[in-house]
Design a protein around this ligand. Structure first.
Ligand code: MSP
Length: 653
């Protein structure tokens, strides 16, 4: 980030409402919140935007599979994001939803402007279409030049009418922009990736769809009601519609964005499409697009579809929200991936936070209480400890640029140096020895030095750990704001005389993981359900299976189910653990022996046929409340599924 005008607009991506928030989402939001808090503290007029991305086929289908209207479903999930950010005290100024009327109007206005500028044309989109998957696939992805890479069925060549954006016309302009703005994409290694991609050539972009309905309609004067905007066009526009683009323009003076914070998976949309759209709209380009890495579990990207997500609320509840924030920002270099582990989190809390920071405050409370009844007077700090003060300020001066370069882990590392200076000073000058030698003034100055360091560090740590730093500043009788940031960090002022009150330890030591790990599963083979003998005396066919009457068939309750969660059972070669919505209040847990043929990812959000009135059974210690219909022959196993999406719980028979 660079500080060229006194306004700062900071954004997170808008989150899809087909997923619930996990620590990956929390990470993006917490970084943006940290930047916004720093920005405000340093006196900039700041606008911090977050929200939800609610259109597209994915959302429409997720809603249908749950038997809800798309709007009701989007309302529900959007609220879960907003609630989480509120609980996390995220300091956003606006929470945008792409289903907001103002947003839709703004997106339509942008479409018109781009069209009027000659960047949008109507044509026919030709491609290999899999009807079963309702998706176009490029020829390069087809199996044997013909078959769908997803489901294996033959594809057909389909032509669909679509509006296109002339992305190809922006190739050179984009390359010039990357060239002239070396830090427009951070970290810089990511900028090189983008440049290589654009140099490879850009194709025009299909920006409308006719195959589904859940999206922003084209402006009325286009007279083309079957088209809705491509979800990424609609979504990216949120960054300007939130400021009033296309409606009242109320906050457009915050544009261009100081920084769009994103994950690396959505870099191309932000670093290629978005600047091209903005050029077409005649708007200035964002100052920075900063792409962070992924949080992984056992080396795999965390995502609901993999069933390996960590719940940010559970982590914050167990370990403390500020501790969690500190851990995320300190543990992983910005741009890199990080594996979440409770051990690493506990180490950071006990060591960096407990030993270095919390303990320093305790030492100050001890020393000032024992020798000076809690009074801390800074009058003579410079007389005895100028060298220490200089060292502290040398570190403080390095901080802001590190934050602007998105090197937040280095910012925190550098911020810990003053704490080392303080702890070392106590060990070296030993207040108890000074007191014994009658050097009271020097001992008091030492306390003043420690208090000043704690104050300065807590100002700069505030954006990362707001609640904890507010506690520290309360104990030290000062307020963290633009004026203390100016006087104590930018300038070298110390604290006024005050009486330090006792505070409870800020970071009690943690000995053991506080969150339950996934239960270890034993390695027993899956017991085969015993083939039940037909109890009736009906005729039998030659394969030994009894013929039954229709009423007997109807004793089996078969239902359409939607897999709403799917995870691999660790250490089991055969089992997947599924949560299947069969139209009841809670999804059913089903343990299915299908892992050889289907991954958890394959199963998620798909529909299955469930035998819903089987007695629950336990497989490898896990309750299974149903069975899925599947067919197996020499070629392997395949699930039996409804041909078209059906509401979860629909009776089969
Ligand atoms: N809706 C789009 C963004 C549109 S912005 C105009 C989207 N949404 S998302 O919900 O799938 O992802 C939102 C953000 O969460 C992205 O920045 C993504 O990188 C981040 N994360 C999702 N999973 C993540 C991890 N496992 N780790 C870190 N961040 C990850 O994409």
């Amino acid at each position: 980030m660079s500080s060229c005008h006194n306004k700062a607009y900071i954004t997170t991506p808008i989150y899809y409402v087909n997923d619930i928030a996990h620590i990956g989402h929390a990470y993006t939001t917490i970084i943006a919140d940290t930047l916004a808090r720093y920005s405000r503290m340093s006196g900039l007029d700041t606008f911090f935007l977050t929200g939800t991305d609610e259109h597209g086929q994915k959302i429409e289908e997720a809603a249908k599979a749950r038997g809800k209207t798309t709007q009701a479903y989007a309302d529900e999930i959007s609220a879960t994001f907003k609630d989480l950010w509120d609980e996390f005290d995220i300091s956003y100024d606006k929470f945008i939803r792409t289903t907001d009327e103002d947003h839709k109007k703004g997106a339509q206005k942008a479409f018109t402007v781009m069209y009027d500028n000659g960047d949008i044309y109507k044509d026919v989109y030709k491609g290999h279409y899999c009807i079963s998957c309702e998706t176009f696939f490029p020829a390069s992805q087809l199996v044997d030049d013909e078959f769908c890479p997803e489901c294996g069925k033959p594809t057909t060549i389909v032509e669909e009418e679509s509006y296109f954006f002339k992305l190809s016309a922006y190739q050179d302009k984009l390359l010039a922009w990357y060239d002239e703005n070396p830090d427009c994409i951070l970290p810089k290694s990511k900028r090189n990736e983008v440049i290589r991609f654009v140099e490879g050539g850009l194709h025009d972009l299909s920006i409308t769809r006719t195959s589904f309905d859940w999206g922003v309609k084209l402006p009325e004067n286009f007279n083309d009601p079957k088209h809705v905007m491509y979800v990424w066009l609609d979504a990216l526009m949120n960054y300007i519609t939130a400021l009033g683009y296309g409606t009242d323009d109320k906050d457009m003076d915050f544009w261009p964005a100081r920084v769009h914070l994103i994950g690396k998976d959505i870099l191309r949309f932000h670093a290629i499409y978005w600047p091209a759209f903005l050029m077409s709209l005649g708007l200035p380009l964002p100052k920075h697009i900063a792409a962070h890495g992924w949080w992984t579990r056992d080396g795999e990207k965390m995502s609901k579809s993999k069933g390996n997500v960590v719940d940010p609320r559970a982590v914050a509840d167990a370990y403390g929200l500020d501790n969690f924030r500190y851990f995320m920002l300190r543990e992983v270099p910005f741009g890199g991936d990080g594996d979440f582990s409770q051990k690493a989190l506990i180490d950071r809390i006990n060591s960096d936070l407990g030993n270095d920071l919390g303990n320093l405050l305790n030492r100050l409370i001890g020393m000032s209480g024992k020798y000076f009844e809690g009074t801390v007077d800074s009058a003579n700090v410079a007389k005895y400890y100028q060298a220490e003060l200089d060292e502290v300020h040398a570190s403080l001066d390095k901080l802001e640029p590190l934050l602007y370069e998105m090197q937040i882990h280095r910012y925190l590392e550098e911020l810990w140096r003053p704490l080392t200076v303080a702890n070392k000073a106590i060990d070296m000058y030993q207040p108890w020895t000074l007191m014994k030698e009658g050097k009271e003034e020097e001992a008091m100055a030492l306390n003043g030095l420690i208090a000043a360091i704690l104050a300065k560090v807590s100002v700069m740590l505030y954006p990362v750990m707001p609640a904890v730093c507010t506690k520290i500043s309360n104990a030290l009788h000062f307020t963290i704001d633009n004026s203390s940031w100016n006087s104590m960090v930018k300038d070298t002022k110390l604290l006024d005389t005050f009486v330090l009150e006792k505070v409870d330890p800020l970071f009690p030591r943690i000995e053991e993981p506080l969150l339950k790990q996934a239960e270890p599963v034993d390695q027993k083979e899956v017991p085969k359900p015993e083939a039940k003998k037909a109890e009736t005396k009906n005729d039998t066919k030659e394969d030994g299976i009894a013929l039954i009457g229709i009423d007997q068939f109807f004793q089996t309750s078969l239902k359409v189910g939607t897999v709403v969660k799917a995870e691999e059972v660790p250490k089991s070669k055969k089992l997947l653990l599924l949560q299947v919505d069969v139209g009841e209040e809670q999804p059913r847990q089903v343990v299915a022996g299908i892992k050889e043929w289907y991954s958890a990812d394959d199963m998620l959000n798909t529909q299955v046929c469930v035998v819903a009135n089987l007695k629950p059974a336990k497989l490898m210690g896990m309750l299974s409340e149903g069975m899925l219909l599947a067919a197996k022959d020499g070629d392997g196993l395949c699930m039996i599924r409804p041909e078209k999406p059906k509401t979860a719980g629909t009776k089969i028979g």
